[in-house]
Design a protein around this ligand. Structure first.
Ligand code: PMP
Length: 322
């Protein structure tokens, strides 16, 4: 199911992709009054599984709470809707986009009279920054656009409005020949990419900007911190001055879309020697959990087709018994 086909979940109903439309007078179209998520479903040896589905739905509800959007569905109902949408499209692996937005009623700025509409889109989506990004690493720049100041656009909310800033960062980077831009916060400290968090490694210590550096608290970031600490690395959430980017031995982006993508250069300054032992160890562990090479000890996987997982488990048991 590529982008542009299949079934879309809208306000409790599955509709054809072409019918998943909203009125142009919907509040969200004019004022960016939506909150959303991006999650992934992976094909694992035990069947298709969503990575940290519960955390993504929890963040969606948190984003809604910040914007005074009371979700018409609770945590469990959202998780069910997402799993149903993947099943309705018979997908093995996909990107998942749940969305909650202020719909059609009136067009004053006050969103409160407008209904809260819900949708779930799913589609197959491969490597976000290009197929060879994982191998070669990406060339990025520091953006001349900053992340929004605290107490302006809340960074903790994954709100559609925040992505106006992200598109400025992304367009500038792409038009200047870079794969991505790294934004600083309004104090000049390192924040994050247009749609991903950032880690650097220096002298075997792993650093990432803290939540008060205007970042979205990424679920991949959280997973990476857990994985890196589990591997024995010293991981520090610290305010990072821009110049530390250039002095890094390794740097990488992480996020649902980019997964773990190494950075080769920043502002044309080569990162380290080009060797990436720490990034590789972390990346490998991340994918080993998804690929079933390592046990899912953190309970990060939610199986989409439980019967399938059950059947595979039984046939593996049978094979072992033989
Ligand atoms: N920062 C921004 C601005 C993002 O859009 C994303 C993607 N949701 C991330 C960080 C990474 O978050 P996650 O790991 O939860 O996908």
């Amino acid at each position: 199911m590529s982008f542009g086909s299949g079934r879309v979940w809208m306000n409790g109903r599955l509709v054809d992709w072409k019918d998943a439309t909203i009125h142009v007078a919907s509040h969200v179209v004019h004022y960016g009054t939506g909150v959303f998520e991006g999650a992934r479903c992976y094909q694992t040896p035990k069947g298709s599984a969503c990575f940290r589905l519960d955390a993504h739905v929890a963040r969606l509800l948190d984003s809604g709470k910040i914007y005074r959007m009371e979700s018409p569905m609770d945590q469990g109902a959202w998780e069910t809707a997402i799993l149903e949408t993947i099943r309705a499209n018979s997908l093995k692996a996909c990107y998942i986009r749940p969305l909650m937005y202020r719909g059609y009623s009136q067009l004053g700025v006050n969103p409160l009279p407008c209904p809260i509409d819900t949708a779930v889109l799913v589609w197959e989506w491969g490597a976000y920054l290009g197929d060879d990004a994982t191998e070669k690493g990406v060339d990025v720049c520091v953006s001349s656009w900053n992340r929004a100041a605290p107490n302006t656009f809340p960074a903790a909310a994954k709100s559609t409005a925040n992505y106006a800033n992200s598109t400025l960062i992304k367009m500038q980077a792409v038009l200047d020949g870079y794969a991505e831009g790294i934004a600083l916060d309004t104090l000049g400290y390192v924040s994050e990419g247009s749609g991903q968090n950032l880690f650097i490694v220096r002298r075997n210590v792993v650093y990432t900007p803290p939540v008060h550096s205007s970042i979205l608290g990424g679920i991949t970031r959280d997973s990476i911190i857990t994985i890196a600490r589990g591997l024995g690395y010293d991981v520090r959430e610290e305010v990072l001055p821009r110049e530390l980017l250039y002095l890094a031995d390794e740097a990488f982006f992480c996020g649902t879309a980019v997964e773990v993508t190494p950075i080769r250069s920043i502002d044309k300054v080569a990162i380290g020697s080009g060797r990436r032992p720490v990034t590789e160890a972390i990346r490998q562990t991340f994918f080993d959990i998804i690929n079933g090479e390592l046990p899912d000890t953190h309970g990060w996987l939610t199986f989409v087709y439980p019967d399938e997982a059950h059947l595979r488990e039984r046939s593996a048991e049978a094979a072992r018994a033989r």
